[in-house]
Design a protein around this ligand. Structure first.
Ligand code: FAD
Length: 468
């Protein structure tokens, strides 16, 4: 066991969902643990700039939308109005309360939070540079690097925070622009497109790849495009942006689609083309930690090429998701404590996109399953045939199950529609238990629930869905 306040068994650099979870797990295992964090509060991108504040805005958008349509349920209310200062107050309150929660968990578990910028120093040492003081050194038996990611910009296009913005700016806009172009239709792009469309902006999405949410099963992208167009969101897929020009009243985007020019103009351009790992100036190279295209190379237990140094979260080349970072944190902490944790099965990670309608999936897409040589059978069931969806007056979308034909094993579940992001948990449990379609439909689904669509889609794999 370590002995002083500058000597630890484990030091974690970064307190996002990777780092803070790793620290708590390490402390539970009896390691004297420190977390070095350069931001004023713990929680990382997820808590301050990502998952939590975006979902607060999405929830506000949902409340606004409900107020507009309450009449359909026989409830008379005046259509809601956006109160922007109130919106930010609500979002900031949620963020602060979660950050305080992380601080509380550190105290409860005896984790020491050290403010400052951490870098790898000599072997077994981390250097900490506080914002207003001298560098100090920590002796540590093991180190977990969990420094996360940063915004990726468009070459030659400068962010000004008003006309040309990124996701951090989009969380705090003081007014809703009359029109917005969102560049990039991954999870972040479609979530902000959804939020700002509900808030009243005329939104146009531009995506280089042939469909929205390109990493999802093709059927989900096609259905989302249909739903977005119905909501009045413009969609340009397969469209390459060539040039962006800021004008006094907004921004012009010059693009090409199939070799033909596409010219778009809006008050604001939101660039949402992804993030890059934050691995520079951390002393990784000097320490001998191998990287590849900026990502730290790790094995299944999150060990880097240097003994005693682990890496987790957005700085490794796995899915850039908070729950992935957290699970990697647990694996790394357990490995650092001398345990033998199970490596993560990255084929069974749920992926959720909280736009309207919601999208969620786990496992292999139909295309990927076929590419890997599986003989595939698919079952699909629409929410339009589900009683609960009719109660909610939201019958958009479906559940699609991708199954292995011979052994009936469920390989992937893909959902678009009401509460898809909650429904995916059953599918995640099913995949992790190596469920078959038969075992999924033999598990009785309560009525009336949206989850009945999962049972029916499983029946549809065997061509025996009941309600269609
Ligand atoms: P981070 O959360 O980025 O945390 C890294 C921490 O390290 C930060 O606090 C940073 O200040 C600190 N740090 C960096 N360098 C140093 C240093 N040298 N010394 C000390 N501290 C340092 N994921 C989901 O699963 N669900 C979602 O709904 C979701 N929504 C998102 C929405 C947006 C707009 C964005 C941008 C991301 C979203 N993500 C979502 C992704 C998610 O936020 C990241 O995958 C997750 O935060 C990665 O966690 P991490 O611990 O690796 O890094």
């Amino acid at each position: 066991m370590a002995t002083s306040d500058t000597t630890f068994d484990l030091t974690v650099i970064g307190s996002g969902p990777g780092g803070y979870v790793a620290a708590i797990r390490a402390a539970q295992l009896g390691l004297k643990t420190a977390v070095v964090e350069m931001a004023p509060l713990p929680g990382g991108t997820c808590l301050h700039w990502g998952c939590i504040p975006t979902k607060a805005l999405l929830h506000a958008a949902e409340v606004l939308e409900s107020s507009r349509h309450a009449g359909r349920f026989g409830v008379k209310v005046a259509p809601g109005e956006l109160d922007i200062p109130g919106l930010h107050k609500y979002k900031d309150r949620v963020v602060l309360s979660n950050a305080k929660g992380v601080e509380f968990l550190f105290k409860k578990n005896g984790v020491t939070l050290i403010p400052g910028r951490g870098t790898l120093a000599a072997r077994g040492q981390v250097a900490v540079t506080p914002s207003d003081g001298a560098v100090k050194r920590i002796d540590t038996k093991a180190t977990i690097v969990a420094t996360g990611s940063a915004i990726r910009g468009l070459p030659g296009v400068a962010f000004d925070g008003e006309r040309i913005i990124h996701s951090d700016h989009a969380l705090g806009l003081k007014a809703i622009p009359a029109s917005m172009i969102v560049l990039g239709a991954g999870a972040v792009g479609v979530e902000f497109a959804s939020i700002y469309a509900t808030f009243g902006a005329k939104v146009t999405l531009v995506e280089l790849l042939p469909r929205l949410i390109p990493i999802e099963d093709a059927a989900l992208g096609a259905e989302l495009e249909k739903a977005f167009k119905k909501r009045g969101i413009g969609v340009h897929t397969g469209t390459k942006v060539e040039k962006v020009e800021a004008a006094p009243a907004g921004v012009k985007v010059f693009a090409t689609k199939d070799g033909k020019p596409v010219e778009l103009a809006a008050e604001t351009l939101l660039v949402a083309i992804g993030r890059r790992p934050l691995t520079e100036n951390l002393g990784l190279e000097a320490a001998g930690v191998k990287t590849n295209r900026g990502f730290v190379e790790v094995d299944g237990l999150m060990r880097t090429s240097v003994p005693g140094v682990f890496a987790i979260g957005d700085i490794v080349a796995t899915q850039a998701l908070a729950h992935v970072a957290s699970h990697e944190g647990i694996v790394a902490a357990e490995a650092a404590a001398g345990g033998n944790p199970h490596p993560i099965d990255y084929d069974k990670i749920p992926s959720c996109t909280y736009c309207d309608p919601e999208v969620a999936s786990v496992g292999l897409s139909e295309e990927e399953a076929r590419k890997r040589g599986h003989e595939v059978v698919v079952g699909q069931f629409p929410f339009s045939a589900i009683g609960k969806a009719k109660i909610l007056d939201d019958t958009r979308g479906f559940v699609k199950i991708v199954c292995e034909a011979k052994y009936d094993e469920v390989l992937g579940v893909h959902i678009i529609g009401p509460h898809a992001t909650g429904l995916i948990s059953e599918a995640t449990a099913a995949l992790s238990l190596e469920a078959t379609a038969a075992s999924l439909f033999e598990a009785v689904h309560a009525h009336p629930t949206l989850a009945e669509a999962l049972g029916e889609a499983a029946l549809a794999v065997h061509k025996r869905a009941i309600h269609i």
